[in-house]
Design a protein around this ligand. Structure first.
Ligand code: SF4
Ligand code: SF4
Length: 231
């Protein structure tokens, strides 16, 4: 029986490849057009910024450090609010300390003879472990805390991220207001600095901090031993 060359038995040369080339060309053209449209869209924003500077959202930091605008919702550093006289309203109730999910706050109080009440001695905040969740700010019953926008806090030593947030040890602004004069108010308070007091790092000496501002632990022998062998 003679075998005839049926349409199903076409050779490779017979396969029509021209339509495939046409589709590839069309896809290339389509991609070029789409790419050009995207470019125009991007350039439209660029040209709009060139024409109307007020619409620019990108900030030239750090060149514009003086005029830098940050959103109100920025949470950079925890701050114990002090009024214009330098007094705070913290009653050292420890509510913020208990609310903090990762023990970044340590409130240390003391008894004061001035007003016969417990008063704040140190307010320790560990920025290195804080997650900036804002819980402490929300739970404070006296609105003593806020998250400020001071975000430039880079240091070379992790220990410098453990701060004392109160500027003084002493009564609240409310209690101080009941004292008769400024002299008695000054007597009732004791200055504190950012790096004074106990730290969460077992009283190692803090690099770059003057010796008279270094934490003074009760066991000084243990401290000197640790400062010689920092980890
Ligand atoms: S912001 Fe959150 S993690 Fe940071 S100290 Fe406050 S409660 Fe703790
Ligand atoms: S900051 Fe507020 S919540 Fe925290 S100890 Fe002071 S008064 Fe209490």
């Amino acid at each position: 029986m003679e075998v005839t060359n049926t349409p199903q038995q076409k050779t490779l040369n017979d396969v029509q490849t021209q339509p495939v080339h046409r589709w590839a060309e069309m896809a290339f053209v389509q991609k070029t057009v789409t790419g050009f449209q995207s470019l125009l869209k991007g350039m439209r924003i660029t040209f709009r910024y060139l024409i109307d500077q007020k619409t620019v959202v990108t900030q030239q930091y750090p060149e514009n450090r003086e005029t830098l605008k940050l959103a109100e919702r920025v949470r950079a550093q925890l701050e114990l609010i002090h009024d214009e006289k330098g007094f705070h309203k913290c009653t050292s109730c420890h509510i913020c300390e208990e609310a903090c999910p990762n023990a970044s706050i340590h409130v240390i109080d003391r008894k004061t003879p001035a007003v016969s009440k417990t008063e704040l001695d140190h307010f320790i905040w560990r920025m290195d472990s804080c997650t900036f969740c804002n819980l402490c700010v929300m739970v404070c019953p006296f609105s003593c805390l806020k998250m400020n926008s001071q975000f430039e806090s880079s240091v070379f030593d992790q220990r410098l991220l453990v701060y004392n947030l109160t500027k003084y040890a002493g009564p609240t602004s409310v209690a101080l207001a009941k004292l008769p004069d400024d002299e008695s108010r000054q007597k009732a308070i004791e200055p504190r600095t950012a790096y004074e007091g106990p730290t969460s790092l077992n009283h190692y000496y803090l690099a770059g901090i003057p010796k008279d501002l270094q934490p003074q632990p009760q066991n000084s022998a243990q401290n000197s031993e640790k400062s010689e062998n920092p980890t």
